[in-house]
Ligand binder design. Structure first.
Ligand code: 6PG
Length: 232
């Protein structure tokens, strides 16, 4: 069965700083609401460079960190302490500096290789039906997480929750990614898009080209936080 069509809300900002501030506030607001309703906040983090300053802002926030549970949308198959790991970036920018219990932070064991890590992480996610918040980036080729054009996106209901990625066009070639279907099982999904090199991917997306980012289709739709300059 094909996934529901994606509903996009394009939230444009004049500057990158405004985008980052708004994204930080949206995350904190969602956490406050979800923790008050259910006592926990399950968030999936994006990798790459765009979220770094948002993570650095979160580090300064006053939040009920003990109620947060942190997952990763994808990971690069590198040693756990490698500076190019998405988990390393998030730890340096944010997670090492706040009181989220270590038992509530779930890095993808990508150092064990794509297949083993994908199987292990699928077990980690088995107990979580819906994420509260999923953060995603957008690559120049329209990829998101480690779901790349021409590769398996896992967008149908029978798709595995976690995909082993080989021959990724973005270094490193071996990665692990949550599938499009699993990333869509979320109350809120936010894309953060910054940088002139993303302009063509945004154009393709808005013209209905089936880029991987367009395969993320939660029932509540997705919010795309982007610089206004990318919409011209
Ligand atoms: C990764 C990320 C990837 C990233 C995009 C955007 O492991 O590289 O998960 O999906 O979000 O490539 O990267 P930038 O934010 O660096 O532009």
């Amino acid at each position: 069965m094909s996934p529901p069509p994606q509903q996009c809300r394009w939230q444009k900002f004049n500057t990158t700083v405004e985008l980052e501030q708004a994204a930080t506030q949206a995350i904190l607001q969602a956490a406050l609401q979800d923790i008050s309703q259910r006592g926990t906040f399950h968030i999936v983090l994006a990798g790459g460079t765009t979220p770094r300053r948002i993570y650095e802002s979160l580090r300064k926030a006053d939040a009920d960190w003990a109620a947060w549970h942190v997952y990763f949308g994808d990971e690069r198959c590198l040693p756990a302490d490698h500076v190019d790991r998405n988990s390393w970036m998030a730890a340096q920018a944010w997670l090492n500096h706040v009181a989220i219990p270590l038992t509530h932070i779930y890095p993808i064991p990508a150092e064990n290789g794509p297949q083993a890590a994908a199987s292990a992480y699928a077990q980690t996610l088995a107990g979580i039906e819906l994420f509260d918040f999923v953060l995603l980036g957008l690559g120049e080729d329209g990829h998101t997480a480690s779901l790349f054009p021409g590769h398996e996106l896992g967008s149908t209901a029978d798709s595995p929750a976690v995909i082993a990625v080989e021959n990724a066009p973005k270094y490193p070639p071996q990665r692990v990614s949550l599938s499009a279907h699993r990333l869509s099982a979320a109350r809120k999904v936010m894309f953060m898009v910054s940088g002139a090199m993303k302009q063509q991917a945004v154009r393709d997306w808005r013209c209905g080209v089936a880029i991987p980012a367009a395969a993320i289709s939660p029932t509540s739709g997705v919010d795309v936080y982007l610089e206004a300059a990318l919409l011209v």
